[in-house]
Design a binder for this molecule. Structure first.
Ligand code: PBG
Length: 334
C-alpha cells in the first residue's frame, strides 16, 4: 500500500538515504577517529600516587610513574598526543611564579620522562602561570591585583623555553595575554627550537565550565573570589574571537584553539571557515563533569552522548578535541 501523499508528489525524499545502514554510511559527512583525540593529564609529585579529582569522576592526578603508565596506555590505543597540567605544592607557589620555568620543575620532568620513554607520543605543555602563582591568576599582578601583560609575557617566554628545552613537541599558551604568541615564537626561533609547535588557546573564554579543573590543579582556592575577566574573553562575544585568532596566526601560531567546546561550537565553525587553519577545541572539565554526572545517575547513555558530543565538534570544523574521555573513546572506537 503506497502511503497517502498530501499535496505535491514528493520526488525528493531525504528519508530514502537514511533507510539502511549502507546508505547512511555512504553519505556520512563527518567521522570521529582516534586521530582526533588529545588527552589532558594532571601530574603531581610523589610515587605510585593516584589522587582522584572529586568533581571529575574517573580523572586523577598522577605521579610521574603512573603518568607514564597512563600515557603508555593512551599511546598504545593510538592517541596522538597528551596535554600535561602540573599540580604543584602550595609552598612552591609565589608571586613571581618562579617554579613555572624551573628546568627541574614537575612539568619539565614529566616532558623529559615521556619523550624518553614514548618518543612518538606528542607532548603538549600548558603555558600559563596559574598553577604556580600564590594568587591563582594566569599572570603576574600589580598592587591592585591587576594582571599585568608585558611582564607576564616575559615570564611565559621563559616557561615556554624551559618546556621546549625539556623536549615538548607543542607549547600551548592558555593565558590570553596580548602578544605572547609572537614573543614565544621569536624566542623559540632565537634559541634554535624551530620545530616546536605553538597551539594557541586563541579564543579562551572566561568560563564557569573550568570549575572542576581549578579544583584539580588546586588554583580555585588560591583564586578565592577572584575572576579572570580582565584577560579571558566575554562569553557574549564572537567577532572578538576572530580578532584573537587572526593575531595569534600573524604572530606565528601553528594551531589555534577554542575553549570551552560544546557551548562554543559556533566559534569553532567561524574560525575554521574564516582561516582554514588547524583548529582545535577543548571539551573542558565542566563539560566532562556534566556528562559524567548524568551518566552516573543513569540519566544519559555515557558512550552514546560522549561519542555524539565529539562528533559534533568534528561537524563544527574542529580538527581535534582535547577531552578527558580520550582513552575511553579510543577504546570504544576500536
Ligand atoms: C589555565 C587553564 C584552565 C584550563 C586549562 N588551562 C583554567 C582556567 O583558565 O582557569 C581549563 C581546562 C578545563 O576546564 O578542563 N591556564
Amino acid at each position: 500500500m503506497p502511503e497517502t501523499r498530501p499535496g505535491r508528489f514528493p520526488s525528493i525524499r531525504l528519508r530514502r538515504m537514511r533507510k539502511d545502514d549502507f546508505s547512511r554510511r555512504l553519505m556520512r559527512e563527518n567521522r570521529l577517529t582516534v586521530d582526533d583525540l588529545i588527552y589532558p593529564l594532571f601530574v603531581t609529585e610523589g610515587s605510585r600516587l593516584r589522587e582522584p579529582v572529586t568533581s571529575m569522576p574517573g580523572v586523577a592526578r598522577l605521579s610521574l610513574d603512573l603518568l607514564l603508565d597512563e600515557a603508555t596506555a593512551a599511546f598504545e590505543l593510538g592517541i596522538p598526543a597528551v596535554a600535561l597540567f602540573p599540580v604543584i605544592d602550595a609552598d612552591k607557589k609565589d608571586l613571581e611564579a618562579s617554579e613555572a620555568w624551573n628546568p627541574e620543575g614537575l612539568a619539565q620532568r614529566a616532558v623529559r620522562i615521556l619523550k624518553a620513554r614514548l618518543p612518538e607520543l606528542g607532548v603538549i605543555t600548558d603555558v600559563a602561570l596559574d598553577p604556580f602563582t600564590s594568587h591563582g591568576q594566569d599572570g603576574l599582578i600589580d598592587e591592585d591585583g591587576y594582571v599585568v601583560n608585558d611582564k607576564t609575557v616575559e615570564t611565559l617566554v621563559k616557561q615556554a623555553l624551559s618546556h621546549a628545552a625539556a623536549g615538548a613537541d607543542v607549547v600551548a599558551p592558555s593565558d590570553m595575554m596580548d602578544g605572547r604568541i609572537g614573543a614565544i615564537r621569536q624566542a623559540l626561533e632565537a634559541e634554535g627550537f624551530v620545530n616546536t609547535r605553538i597551539l594557541a588557546y586563541s579564543a579562551k573564554y572566561a568560563s564557569s565550565f573550568y570549575g572542576p579543573f581549578r579544583d584539580a590543579v588546586g588554583s580555585a582556592a588560591n583564586l578565592g573570589g577572584g575572576n579572570k575577566y580582565s584577560y579571558q574573553m566575554d562569553p557574549a562575544n564572537g567577532d572578538e574571537a576572530l580578532r584573537e585568532v587572526e593575531l595569534d596566526l600573524q604572530e606565528g601560531a601553528d594551531m589555534v584553539m577554542v575553549k570551552p567546546g560544546m557551548p562554543y561550537l559556533d566559534i569553532v565553525r567561524r574560525v575554521k571557515d574564516r582561516f582554514g587553519v588547524p583548529t582545535y577545541a577543548y571539551q573542558v572539565s565542566g563539560e566532562y563533569s556534566m556528562l559524567k554526572a548524568a551518566a552516573q545517575n543513569g540519566w544519559l547513555d555515557e558512550r552514546a552522548v560522549v561519542l555524539e558530543s565529539l562528533l559534533a565538534f568534528k561537524r563544527a570544523g574542529a580538527d581535534g578535541i582535547l577531552t578527558y574521555f580520550a582513552k575511553d573513546v579510543a577504546t570504544w572506537l576500536k
